[in-house]
Design a protein around this ligand. Sequence first.
Ligand code: PEP
Ligand code: MG
Length: 580
Amino acid sequence: MVELEAIVQLRGIAAAAGIAIGPAFWLETTLMQVQSRHVDDIGHELLRLTDARRRARVELEQLQSHVAATISVAEAGIFEAHLVFLDDHVLFDEVEELCRSRQCNIETALAEVFDRYSSLLQAADDELFQARANDILDLKRRLLRLLMGKVEQRIDLPVEPCIVLADDLLPSEVVQLDRSRVLGICLSEGGPTSHVAILARSLGLPAIVGLGNDLAAVKTGTILVIDGSAGLLVVNPPEQMLQSYRAQYERERNRRIRERAAAQSLATTRDGVRVAVLANLSSLAEVEEAVANGAEGVGLLRTELLFLDRDQPPSEEEQLAVYNRIAAALGDRPLVIRTLDIGGDKPVPYLRQPPEQNPALGVRGIRLAQHDPELLRAQVRAIWRIETSRTVKVMFPMVSTLEEVYWLRKLVTDAGAELRATGIATLERLEVGVMVEVPALALMVDHVSRMVDFVSIGTNDLTQYTVAVDRNNLPLHKLGDSLHPAVLRLVAQIVRTAEANGAAVSVCGEAAGDRLGMPLLLGLGVRTLSVSPALIPGVKAALHHLHTQRARAVAEHAINLATAAEIRAYAGTVWSGVLA
Ligand code: PEP
Ligand code: MG
């Protein structure tokens, strides 16, 4: 193979923005070599497969929790596809059938069937199906490793930070990379919506995918420049070019530093309108980053992690200890705690939920609490008992009827009264809010807002339920764009109605941190946003450049456009010079 000694520019697909400069490092991902064997005891092979599937499930659920805690809950959803394939009867029936008919070891049958399915998906003329092919390969590797009794390989990177090169990376490999040693990622394969691209964006790692076979000619140690937004990889840049990229890198870094430093001040628009920017958190571990990034408080504390990966629910005392630590770390900033939002799609052994055909439409969120009120009561009691004089609010997910709102309000009031009656100290006041994420509730906000102190719009689920697109179904993800005009029209109506009826309103779905979504929400009248901690400095900086009157005019025009794509194109043109 010809090695690239000269300056070369390779073009790929822009996957994650940013400049990275550093030495290349080829990652050799370990291939599992399968030796075919004749076997007589097929029953034993099938049992081995059942055991490997069980252990793979445990590993994947642990990986999901790890990603949810260290990256984000949304990115943890990437491993949902692996769990879906793990339950795929057609796939595993074929593996078993092949094992029987050929009387071969289960590894051989598994590798053959998984490779065949992966090739079929790879050949499809659709990058999302191609990404699915990767999921199948990732799961195959995991199952083979478990069947062959191998331990999970750690990916060892050189001490000096490098740009990682690979033909392709599996999501489980990306999350294993030591972030302090990786400057960026370049892949010969992959598309812009591949899992690697999604993960690289959330990790803030510049990345280019789909660089093709030419990447193979780049040697480990060669100096590279990634221009992530342009999808450009420069190999062996001459000194002058290197200097210009270093300058660009410095400018971007300085912009981020400036934005981060400025993020400690309160956000206002160009015309002086105050917008509160809060953080969405899932664990205590994220509080510090949120505060350092200028979070004015927590607009959404997802509490699911407290309840997952265990044999029994966390006790009231255990929850109280966690909430107290989060409240203490937040100082005088407000804290909105959302009660448990789990459904039949997440296996929680102690809940004993029967499997459901459509978990997203099933016993999820507070519907679970209506089946098992003790669980919710203990959580609400723990929230009442938080030891702080600062503002704490409780918020309920997946509410769809007014009866539920009434029941929840009463549950909160009764829990507080019971505690005080037994001499247990409580917060002086606990504001009650609901998430508006079901269209039925969105259309009833006039009633709802007279019954609660605040509503928070969960655009992720509101989009899922309005457009009828499973938010975890990656091939459909373009259909589930939160900037769909129907979703924005609902948001406009919710904001108008809630305010007219005296309830505070915020947005805590991903749209609040979306580069184009945020200005549109501003234009629709939203003045409280809650976003991932990493996005706070950028959101505050963008607000500084926006004018509310102009944003309103743009939003009013946008909701009359026909499609999410038209809205994105229009908003992108209007704000191209304003937003980074
Ligand atoms: C939402 O649905 O928009 C939301 C913020 O909640 P979650 O993503 O946790 O369902
Ligand atoms: Mg939701």
